[in-house]
Each structure stands twice: as structure tokens, then as C-alpha cells.
Design a protein around this ligand. Structure first.
Ligand code: URP
Ligand code: ZN
Ligand code: ZN
Length: 491
């Protein structure tokens, strides 16, 4: 018997803390050896001239999730994970959504049926809490956390999801008691409704006005309110999809005061602007970019980079929430044509997350390649109870790898995508850096542009809770490498 099933040879191995030339020996889905040279072995993958990094972990994706008004997402587990592995990802954490009046256990069981046997990569589930009844708070959540669903998302907006302040406090207290992590969507419901109705009365109904109905002040206020509630309860929270300077500064202020406030940002906040929502000429094609919070402007991109470099953000996720553009359930559905308020919220991005951050961040000289790994993989594993099984390269851990060409120049087009929707919001954007191959527990699932399966290889991951000693929480959750510590690519 060969010592290894597979040896990935000659690559530059990058983790959140180190960059070394090494071979990686894999057996039974796990990394057995990381060594300067491995002479024995079965199959070989030639990684000379390429980077070998922990596979991307995208901790914010929506797949097979029922939307408002019966509109379905354009990706189920098969197409969503196909797109994910083609983008260099090896683990996703999508959301099991509790509909109001529904038990969480029921929502979770139904979501397992969606995923079982239909995933190319591994996955865990967050829970979306829309109806925090006494039995959800008192029984269901604690027992689900115990069973490996150790994070949940709550919303401060959206008609069918919004929780009031009292409900937020109840969920936060429950999270504290069961050591779960609460993810918070921070946009203020009443202010959005007020602005939406005012815009509609003025006849301002084109997709562009989606951005005007959700200005940063609305996000800043909700961010501050969520932080205040978390401080009251003394519970860690994760503020998701932060879009610009104003909420970023609230989070930085909270962190500087020693509060356990973590934050995530996404590609749309460094690569799209509200101008994109105008479409070609204030037309409906602007609907392709409707997501919440909306993209801001280039000055706000710089604020997001400031937060990425300065450790305000622990994770860079896609918030992949794909809808068709054309068709009866797409962004252009008949109701959506009457007002921006009915355009389904969300954009696809799981396949383009890594190239956009690598290109604009690493190649653009803003972050080191080690920071890239921390922001796209390691910190997701740490925050969501998967580390060290996932998110690093070391003997004993799952052989989840992306082999990456740091020099490949690609123009993003819909034709290159493996996702379900009929467009990419990043059409025409040029990037440098692209995945060559993706390995999930040692099995090649994507190579040289093709998803090679096998479908159903991905399995469910029970997650543990995030446990950081109080004094260390900040340093351990900041990106794996301190700024400047990691070796920057090409330096
Ligand atoms: O517009 C977005 N982000 N849609 C997905 C749902 C959410 O709020 O994350
Ligand atoms: Zn959200
Ligand atoms: Zn989302």
C-alpha cells in the first residue's frame, strides 16, 4: 500500500500564518504530512508555480431557501455547491430558515432533505430565527446548538423576518446561555419603510431607489442598536454584510471598547457601487445589483479596506443569494417592475468571492496572502466551530485544498460561471488569480475549469461553539496573521 493516496507536489503552501514550499501527503481524506519533499506516494498533483491554500469556507450563503412571496432562489445545493467548488471553496454554511409559526426542528429536517446527497462540498447549517417563541428559545435552540447548529441569524428588517428589540434581546440571551454565535442583519425596519413609502409617493420606483431607501445611516443606527443590545447581555455577536464606513466605524468603536463584536464584509462592498443599480439608463437591469445592504461608492470601498486591514472584519463572505434576472420568479418578475421594493434582494457571488478578494486585495497590495487565507477560510472555521478540522493545512486535518494560480488573468463572465442564475453582477470585471483545482477531503471535485464531482461527496458538519477565553478574544479572532506579519506575495 502506498503511504499516501495523493501527493500535491511542489506548490507554495499558504496558511493564515506561514508561506512555505512544501509537498502535501494525503491519505483517507486527511493531510498526513507536510514536508519539503515527499518521495513516496500514489497519485500526484503537480502544483509547481501555484499556491496551495486551505479551501475557501464561505460562512454566508443562501441555497434552496424559500423567499418572500414564494420566490425561490436560483441555486439549490447541487448548483450552489457546484459553483462554490469551481470558485475554490470546500465548505459552505447556508441557512435553515424557520418560517413564522414553524418549529425550528422541522425547518432543520426539511433543509437536510434539500442537502442530503446533493452537495459537492461539506456544509453546516446556521439557523434563521424569525419566530422566537418561548419553546424556540427555551428548548429548541439549546438542543439544536448541542446537536451542532451553533450559530443563528436574526434580522432587524424585512417584513417576514424582522424581530423587535425585545425579541432580539431574548435571542441574544439564549445565545449567551448556550454559547452560540448570533449573526445580525443590521438595517432599521421602520426607517426603511418610511423612506420606501416616501420614494414611491414621488414615483421613484426604479431599482436604483432601493439604494436610496436604505442609506448608511439606517445601517449605522441598527448596527449601534445591535451593539448596545449585545453589550447589555454581554454576548458576542457577528455583524454581517457590513457595507461602508459608517457601520464599520460603529464596530471599530465597539471593538476598541473591548466588546465582543465581530464583523463580516462581502465582495459587493469593494467591487460594486450604488451607481450599478441605475442599470444602463435607470432601467430595470439595475435590479441585477439589488441586495441589502446596497452597494455604496468607491470612498466606502476604501473604508472597507481600512476595516479589512485593521482587523475590524474577521471574515469575508459572499452573501451568495442568487435570483434569476429573467423569468417569472426572477428580478424582473411582474410585481418587481412596479417598484424596487418587490425586487428580490440578493446577488450571486460564491464563485467569484476568492478571485475578487485575491485580485483587489493581494495583487492590489492591500492585504498579504496570509491575510487572504485568514479572511476567506481560517477565521470562518474559528468563528463557526470548525477549526482546526477545517481552515488550515497541517497533519491530521481534512485535506480541503484549493490550488491557485496567482498570475492568471480572467475576465469574469456568465459563461464561466457554474451557478444557477442567468447572470453575474461582476460581468466584465477583470481579476488576477483563479482556482486551478479544488480538493474536498482529498477528492478532486474541480480541476481546470470543470466540476468533476462526485455529487454527494459533501457531507454535513456538526459544529462546536466558538469559545474564546475572554482576555484573548480579540487577538485570537483577528485574522490569523497580524497585519504585516505574514509574508506578502511576491515580496
Ligand atoms: O440582499 C441580501 N443580502 N439578501 C440575502 C439575505 C440577507 O439579508 O442576507
Ligand atoms: Zn442579511
Ligand atoms: Zn445573506
Amino acid at each position: 500500500m502506498e503511504a499516501y493516496d495523493l501527493v500535491v507536489r511542489g506548490g507554495t503552501v499558504v496558511t493564515a500564518s506561514d508561506t512555505i514550499k512544501a509537498d502535501i501527503g494525503i491519505r483517507d481524506g486527511r493531510i498526513i504530512a507536510v514536508a519539503e519533499t515527499i518521495t513516496t506516494g500514489g497519485e500526484t498533483f503537480d502544483a509547481r508555480g501555484l499556491l496551495v491554500m486551505p479551501g475557501g469556507i464561505d460562512s454566508h450563503v443562501h441555497l434552496a431557501q424559500p423567499g418572500a412571496g414564494g420566490v425561490m432562489l436560483a441555486d439549490d445545493f447541487e448548483t450552489g455547491t457546484r459553483s462554490a467548488v469551481a470558485g475554490g471553496n470546500t465548505t459552505l454554511i447556508p441557512f435553515a430558515l424557520q418560517r413564522r409559526g414553524e418549529s425550528l426542528r422541522h425547518a432543520v429536517a426539511a433543509y437536510h432533505s434539500e442537502a442530503e446527497g446533493k452537495s459537492y462540498c461539506d456544509y453546516g447549517f446556521h439557523l434563521i430565527i424569525t419566530d422566537p417563541t418561548p419553546s424556540v428559545i427555551g428548548q429548541e435552540l439549546p438542543s439544536l446548538v448541542n446537536d451542532g447548529y451553533s450559530s443563528f441569524k436574526v434580522f432587524m428588517t424585512y417584513d417576514d423576518m424582522v424581530l423587535n428589540d425585545r425579541q432580539l434581546l431574548d435571542v441574544f440571551e439564549c445565545a449567551k446561555e448556550c454559547s452560540a454565535l448570533v449573526m445580525v442583519h443590521c438595517e432599521g425596519y421602520d426607517a426603511i419603510r418610511f423612506l420606501t413609502e416616501r420614494l414611491e409617493r414621488a414615483g421613484k420606483t426604479a431599482p436604483y431607489y432601493h439604494a436610496a431607501s436604505r442609506p448608511q445611516v439606517v445601517e449605522r443606527e441598527a448596527t449601534h442598536r445591535a451593539i448596545s443590545h449585545a453589550e447589555l447581555i454581554d454576548v458576542p455577536i457577528m455583524i454581517v454584510h457590513v457595507s461602508g464606513r459608517e457601520p464599520m466605524e460603529q464596530i471599530r468603536w465597539a471593538q476598541q471598547r473591548g466588546l465582543k463584536v465581530f464583523a463580516e464584509t462581502c465582495p459587493q462592498y469593494v467591487a460594486l457601487t450604488a451607481e450599478d443599480l441605475k442599470g444602463l439608463n435607470m432601467d430595470e437591469s439595475g435590479g441585477k445589483y439589488v441586495c441589502s445592504p446596497p452597494p455604496r461608492d468607491e470612498a466606502n470601498w476604501e473604508a472597507i479596506w481600512e476595516g479589512l486591514k485593521g482587523g475590524v472584519f474577521s471574515t469575508f463572505s459572499s452573501d451568495h443569494s442568487p435570483f434569476m434576472y429573467e423569468g417569472p420568479t426572477g428580478k424582473l418578475n411582474p410585481r418587481a417592475r412596479t417598484s424596487f421594493r418587490w425586487v428580490p434582494n440578493g446577488i450571486p457571488g460564491v464563485e467569484t468571492r476568492l478571485p475578487i478578494l485575491f485580485s483587489r486585495g493581494v495583487v492590489g497590495g492591500r492585504i498579504s496572502v496570509n491575510e487572504f487565507v485568514a479572511l476567506t477560510s481560517t477565521n470562518h472555521a474559528k468563528m463557526y466551530g470548525l477549526y482546526p478540522r477545517k481552515g488550515t493545512i497541517a497533519p491530521g486535518v481534512d485535506a480541503d485544498l484549493v490550488v491557485w494560480d496567482p498570475n492568471r488573468e480572467v475576465t469574469i463572465t456568465q459563461g464561466l460561471m457554474h451557478h444557477g442564475p442567468d447572470y453575474t453582477p461582476y460581468e466584465g470585471q477583470k481579476v488576477t488569480g483563479w482556482p486551478v483545482a479544488t480538493f474536498v477531503r482529498g477528492t478532486c471535485v474541480f480541476a481546470h475549469g470543470d466540476v468533476v464531482g462526485p455529487l454527494g461527496h459533501g457531507g454535513f458538519l456538526k459544529r462546536t461553539t466558538t469559545k474564546y477565553p475572554a482576555a484573548e478574544w480579540q487577538s485570537t479572532t483577528r485574522r490569523g496573521a497580524a497585519v504585516g506579519e505574514g509574508e506578502a506575495l511576491g515580496q
